[in-house]
Design a binder for this molecule. Structure first.
Ligand SMILES: [Zn+2]
Length: 105
């Protein structure tokens, strides 16, 4: 079974990866749009995809930060809603989850 320390390492690695990717996305979004209309239209589509990824990434970053906070408080691994211990298999699959299987539904 993974220890809380293992979970913390996993979460921190994932957080670093996401933050790196988001910085890359922001750099791409900052690039000036091409003057050619068709090119610009394609770029706009790309931007929407990038922004979608960015939002998803931001959401995951928030989840991971909250999970790291719970680790620091010694509350990690317990459902924030009902207080039940979260199943190990669930934490293996979604280490940042704040909810047990029942409350996540
Ligand atoms: Zn619960």
């Amino acid at each position: 079974m993974a220890s809380v320390e293992d979970r913390r390492k996993t979460l921190e690695a994932r957080l670093a990866e996401l933050e790196g990717r988001l910085q890359h996305i922001e750099a791409e979004l900052d690039q000036p749009a091409d003057k050619d209309w068709e090119e610009a239209a394609i770029e706009r589509e790309d931007d929407e995809v990038l922004e979608g990824m960015g939002e998803q990434g931001l959401h995951e970053i928030e989840m991971i930060r909250a999970a790291l906070g719970r680790i620091a408080e010694g509350e990690y691994g317990y459902c924030v809603k009902c207080g039940t211990e979260i199943a190990v298999e669930r934490l293996d699959a979604v280490p940042a989850t704040p909810f047990c299987r029942d409350c996540a539904r």
